[in-house]
Write a protein that binds this ligand. Structure first.
Ligand code: SF4
Length: 378
């Protein structure tokens, strides 16, 4: 199954921790959409023959799109690619940007999954993060999503904020679960380079949480989510049965995808034994639009993915999510026997289990995921 990703590069205001490419000049949206339509048309031949099972609008803040603007993009995509009739179509939504009418409009265009960026239900934390919404708006957004007909609603949360206590995080988790979402993504706060948060840390205005505190909040998350009936199916993702993100699962199992918009990434399987290709778009709106006006694809970098890279990514992505199929590693990549023997050691250490030939991490293993992946990689 192939996937499509569209990056909407605008935000009403930048959050202090965010390193995704987006700008605050929302007035440039229509000019961007002209360029995006060109990019989609130029990319159509590459996607010919494939059926796309998922489409994801990320960013940035895709919920800044009016219904008419989203309609333009959907028409361009449907004109260029074979999108499955029952495709999962997700739109990332900021609770500070939506109304019932807009959500109904998105739904009528075929969007069937909302991913709502809430991050916290604690007002001090929301202010610290630079979010444009408060907790009641976030709660209202989930209610509006249901009223607009969305039966698949995901909530994004962030934990391990500087000084965050277990009690504070528990309160956010409880309010999130109380809204009965179908899916929750809970990420630890990362201090990304070149963000206002990184500058605050350098100036010693805030101190990142120690690793032990972060690990303890992560263990708390796993326990709370499991007791609430969620399946922990990826390091940071929890789903009610039947509600795993098909789009992200496709990334994690190395399915091909085409990305559009500034900074979007693509991964596409080679033809006739050629290695797969990976490329990324220019992360600058002006240059992106100029290149497309000149009939050029807005690509910043391109690489062929080697077999070793593919094997290591299969291990890393698999361990983080549904597990690594050892028989596939052996058959497709001829992985050395000592790495396969390592699987038995990991099971003995209690950080992994074997389900048939698939090596899956336990909750304790998720805590050590990067370390375990480094031990297995070739
Ligand atoms: S709204 Fe999302 S994409 Fe925009 S700055 Fe905040 S975290 Fe980043």
């Amino acid at each position: 199954m192939a996937s499509l990703y569209v990056h909407i590069p605008f935000c009403q205001r930048k959050c202090v921790y965010c390193d995704f490419y987006s700008i605050e000049t929302v007035a440039l949206m229509d000019g961007f959409l002209d360029a995006l339509e060109r990019e989609i048309v130029l990319a159509a031949p590459r996607g010919g023959g494939a059926t796309f099972g998922t489409l994801f609008f990320g960013g940035g803040t895709p919920s800044l799109l009016s219904v008419a603007q989203l309609g333009r993009v959907m028409s361009a995509l449907r004109g260029a690619f074979a999108i499955s009739r029952n495709a999962e179509i997700t739109l990332e939504t900021n609770p500070g940007t939506v109304s019932l009418e807009t959500l109904r409009g998105y739904r009528s265009l075929g969007v069937n999954r909302l991913s709502i960026g809430i991050q916290s239900f604690n007002e001090d934390e929301l202010r610290f993060l630079g979010r444009i919404h408060d907790a009641p708006q976030a709660e209202r957004c989930v209610g509006l999503a249901r009223e607009a007909g969305f039966s698949n609603v995901s909530i994004d949360l962030i934990y391990s904020l500087p000084g965050q206590t277990a009690v504070q995080w528990d309160a956010t988790l409880a309010r999130a679960i109380g809204l009965r979402p179908d899916h929750v993504s809970a990420y630890s706060l990362i201090v990304e380079d070149d963000t206002p948060l990184a500058r605050m840390v350098s100036a010693k205005l805030v101190s990142p949480n120690p690793l032990e505190a972060e690990a303890s909040l992560y263990e708390q998350t796993m326990g709370v989510m499991a007791r609430a009936g969620f399946e922990h199916y990826e390091v940071s993702n929890y789903a009610m049965p039947g509600y795993r993100s098909l789009h992200n699962s496709a990334y994690w199992s190395h399915e091909p995808y085409l990305g559009f918009g500034p900074s979007a990434h693509s991964f596409w399987t080679g033809r006739d034994g050629e290695p797969p290709l990976r490329w990324s778009n220019i992360p600058a709106l002006g240059r992106y639009c100029d290149m497309l006006r000149g009939g050029e694809m807005p690509v910043a970098s391109r690489e062929s993915v080697t077999r070793t890279q593919l094997c290591n990514e299969r291990i890393f992505l698999g361990l983080r999510s549904a597990g690594v199929d050892l028989s596939v590693l052996e058959r497709e990549f001829g992985i050395p026997a000592d790495r396969l023997a390592l699987a038995d050691a990991l099971v003995e250490e209690g950080v992994a289990v074997l389900e048939g030939t698939r090596l899956c991490l336990t909750p304790r293993g998720y805590l050590l995921c990067d370390e375990i992946a480094a031990r297995m990689m070739v």
